[in-house]
Design a protein around this ligand. Structure first.
Ligand code: HEC
Ligand code: HEC
Length: 287
């Protein structure tokens, strides 16, 4: 049998293309995973100014807190006004250490206090997704905070007292589903940020994890999500929890509202059934 080189050539170039194709596929799945992480993280709840019809992720949402008024920054890939120039390391450091590329501390109104638990892979996928969003050339607005809180170095002390960086640690005594739920609630989903009470400095009172917060965002009361305290919630079954997170409807037919409404729209309604069940299993285990 004679080998015709004319036919071999296309075969060779096809073989050469396979690694490139695999790269493109990997890139695509990183984007898809990143988009899901973006929903888990609820980035749009704060960085898109839905109230005033702002462009996605261009910031400007006003956040009233007992410590002053924050305006969320622009996190689109705009190189000047957004985070388009950031390296992977810059992004990971901001999300897990609460430190900017210039080395300044971030305020915990940015829930890096939970995002610090996110895995490296989730953060890299999230960045891949964010890098592909539309850049918006709009400057971020200065926060409106009283002295001395407007001095970022003060945050060094706050972090020393109230913040521990470090990724999520698997609990070997629990199954994968429970661990997945614990990861979402305490990490990307940052459910603890509203459902856990805060100390006088605004730090999370982790000893009272998920017992509710009478003075949550915008001063609204946030219910506890423990199962031991004879609350209405303690009677919810797994299916009640997953259904209410998916649709916003409680077992009694009422709808969840306030800041939880944004969490449902931007986060839990976009979760897979498996992740909703993982959250429910984890919540049912809290005492
Ligand atoms: C609860 C509201 C809230 C949520 C949710 C939130 N952020 Fe933010 N974020 C903020 C605030 C407020 C700041 C400004 C912090 C500061 O100035 O110290 C900020 C700052 C940032 C910064 C630093 C920007 C800069 O210019 O230095 C990045 C990056 C960022 N957020 C990314 C994200 C990503 C990614 C998500 C989703 C996984 C997210 N944020 C979710 C409130 C939020
Ligand atoms: C921005 C603050 C905030 C965040 C973040 C948040 N919640 Fe909530 N959550 C609330 C508020 C406020 C309510 C009460 C809403 C109402 O009664 O209309 C609530 C209610 C709930 C309820 C119903 C409990 C009951 O007894 O009625 C569940 C379940 C719940 N949240 C789960 C979660 C989960 C899971 C997450 C994380 C993915 C989460 N929440 C993140 C503020 C928040």
């Amino acid at each position: 049998m004679s080998i015709n080189t004319r036919h071999l050539l296309p075969v060779c170039s096809l073989l050469l293309m396979i690694p490139a194709l695999a790269d493109a596929q990997e890139e695509q799945s990183s984007v898809t995973r990143g988009e899901y992480i973006y929903h888990l993280g609820g980035c749009a709840s704060c960085h898109t100014n839905g109230k005033e019809g702002g462009a996605p992720l261009a910031g400007g949402l006003e956040m009233e807190t007992p410590f002053g008024t924050f305006y969320t920054p622009n996190i689109t890939p705009d190189p000047q006004y957004g985070i388009g120039n950031w390296s992977e390391d810059d992004f990971i450091r901001a999300m897990t250490e609460g430190v900017s590329p210039e080395g300044e501390h971030y305020y915990p109104a940015f829930p890096y206090t939970s995002y610090t638990k996110m895995s490296q892979q989730d953060l890299l996928d999230l960045k891949t997704f964010l890098d592909l969003q539309a850049p918006v050339a709009k400057p971020s607005k200065e926060h409106d905070l009283p002295f001395p809180l407007n001095q970022r170095f003060v945050l060094g002390v706050w972090k020393w007292l109230n913040f521990e960086s470090g990724s999520f640690q698997i609990n070997q005594h629990r199954n994968d589903r429970w661990n997945r739920g614990a990861y979402i609630v305490n990490g990307p989903g940052h459910c603890v940020e509203c459902h856990t009470p805060r100390n006088i400095m605004g730090g999370l009172d982790t000893d009272a994890g998920m017992t509710g917060n009478d003075n949550g965002p915008e001063g609204e009361a946030v219910p506890g999500l423990q199962s031991s305290n004879h609350s209405e919630f303690s009677k919810w079954e797994i299916e009640d929890i997953t259904f209410s997170l998916e649709t916003g409807m409680k077992p009694d037919g009422d709808f969840l509202g306030g800041s939880m409404g944004h969490v449902i729209d931007n986060t839990t309604s976009k979760m897979t059934p498996a992740d909703l069940e993982a959250i429910a299993e984890y919540l049912k285990s809290l005492n």
